[in-house]
Design a binder for this molecule. Sequence first.
Ligand code: G6P
Length: 591
Amino acid sequence: MCGIFGYVGPRKDAVEMAVEGLKSLEYRGYDSWGVAWKESQFLNVHKETGKISGIDGKTLAGECSLVIGHTRWATHGGVTVANAHPHLNADRTIAVVHNGIIENYQELRDELKAKGHVFLSQTDSEIIPHLIDEELKTTGDFAHAVRRTCLRFQGRYAIVAVHTKSESIVAARTGSPLIIGKEKGGGYFIASDTPAFLKHTRTVQYLDDGEMAVTDGRSILISDIATGEERLKREIEIRWTADEAQKGDFAHFMIKEIMDQKESVARAVNQSDEEILTLADAIRNAKGTFLSGCGTAGMACRAGEYFLSIVAHKHVNFAPASEFKLFHGFLQPESLLIVVSQSGETADVLEAMQVAKSAGAKVLSIVNVQGSSIDRASDYTLRINAGPERAVASTKALTGQLAVLLLIAYALDGGVAQGKKVLLETAAQINDMLNPRYVVFLKEIAERIKDSKDLYIIGKGWNYPMAMESAIKIQEVSNIHAEGFAAGELKHGPIGLVEEGTPCIVLAGSDEVLPDIISNAVQLKARGGFIIGVSPVNNEAFDVWIKVPDAGTAQPIVNIIPVQVLAYELALARGKDPDMPRNLAKSVTVK
Ligand code: G6P
C-alpha cells in the first residue's frame, strides 16, 4: 500500500534521502511515486508512474532541507502521473501526500468545485490541499488549517502536508500508520514505516489515531486533532537495524527471508516462560477464544486451530479478519480475540480488534513489527522476532507465527519446556534442510512444472491450512492458478479439475493421517496427476519426493518451507520478479 516519507532538518540532501527512503518502502507495493521539496519559497514536484528503483535522487534536486514523498498503490483513479502524489492546490503553494481513503471525498469535492476549485486527478487525495487552501482563508496558521481540514474527513488517513510560507511539516493520522524518527544532530523524519529512515535513526515516536505532529526540524509538537491539546509521547529505540532490512548478497528479499528461517524460528521460540504461561491462562479462562488474521497470517491462525485442538484439547474459532465482525454476536466481555499479523497494520485486523473491544473482550496479538498499531492497541502482545520482512510474499513471518501458536498450545497443556524443545529441534532441522543442494533440487522441479496452467495442493489436519498457504505463495509470485484443498474433500469436486500431467503437491507428515492422505494422492495419480510429495517418508504414489524432516507437531512449519522455495523458483522460471508481485501489497492498510 502507499508509502509516505517526510523530512525537515539541517541536512541539505533531503530529496536524495526521500528517494532512498521511498525505495526502502517499495516492499509495501506501489505503482507510481512522487516527491515535493521546498527550494527558496517554491515547491518543486516530480512524479512518475512505475518503479523508483533506478532513480538517483541527486539528479532530481539541488540542496534542500524539506521534502515529502510518496509511493502510491492505486485505489481511486488509475495509474497515471496526475493521480500520483504529492497533490497540490491551484497556486502550487500547498503539497500533500496521503495514505488511506477519504470516504466522504465526493461530497467534499463537490463542495470545492462549487467554490471554483479545479481538479487535475481522479483521486480522493487531491481534495486535501484544496481544503487546506480554503481553511487558510480564515486562519493564517498552516497547522491550524490542516487540523480543521482533518476534522472534515470520514475514513482512514495518514497525511503529510507542506506549505511555501511555513518552515514546518504537518502530519496527521487516523487509521493509517505514521511514525516519527528523530535524528541525533537535529532533524525529524515522518514515514509510514520505519525502514524509510532506519539508516538515519532508530529513535522513534508513534503517532496514534486522532493525533497530529508539527515539526520544523528543531522540535516537534504532537497534539490531539479534535481538541488541539498537546500530547506528550515517549521516545522509543527500535531494535531492528538498517542492515537487517537489506537483502545483502541475495538476489531477492523473498529468498533472503526464506533463508532467514534457519535462525528466525529459533528467535520466535525465545519467549519468556512466564509471559507464555500468562497468555495460556488468558486462553484457559476466556469464555470463547477467537483467532483472526488476513492472508498468510490467517493461514497461521487456521493451523493454530489444529495446534490448540490437537495439542491442548482447546476449542477456538477462526474467522478471516474481514469477516470477523459478522460473528460479533458471540463475543462477551470474557471472550478473547487472538489476532496474528506480520505488519501490525492490516486494516481488517484493526477493525476486528475494534469489534472485540466494543464487546469488552480482550485482544492478544502475535505480531512482528514492534510499535505497530496492532501491537500498541492490544491487551497482550507476543512478538515473533522475525526481523524485518520486506518481500510481499510472507515467509519467515509465517513460520514465526506458527512457532508461537504451537508454543502457546504446549503451554496450555502444561508443557512450555517441551514445546520449546520441539521447536528448537525443528529450527535445527530447518537449518540442515535449507542447504544449496536442496534449493537446486527445488529449482529443477520448478523448471519441470513452470508451464502448467493449474496446480493443486492437498493436506490434512494442520497440513490443510499449509496447502491453502502453498496456493497463496504460488499464486502471489508465479501467477499460476493454484488451489489448496483438504485432502479428503478432493472426491467431492476438486478431483474433477485434474488432467493428465497436472502438478499436485501432497503435504504429509508421519502422523496418523498419513494413510488417508496417501490414498488421496493415489486417487490424484489415477487421474493423471503429477504427484509431488512433501513428506518425511517416500511413497510409491509420489512422482517426485521432496524430503522434509520428521518434525512431529511442528510438521506444518517444515512442510511449508520447500513450497516457499518452489514458489520463488517458479516465479523466476516464469520471468517474474518475486519481490514485486502483480497487484499485491505488503501492508494492506485499506479495507
Ligand atoms: C498482505 C500481504 C500478505 C499478508 C497479509 C496480512 O496480503 O501481501 O503477505 O499475509 O497482507 O498481512 P499482515 O501484515 O497482517 O500479516
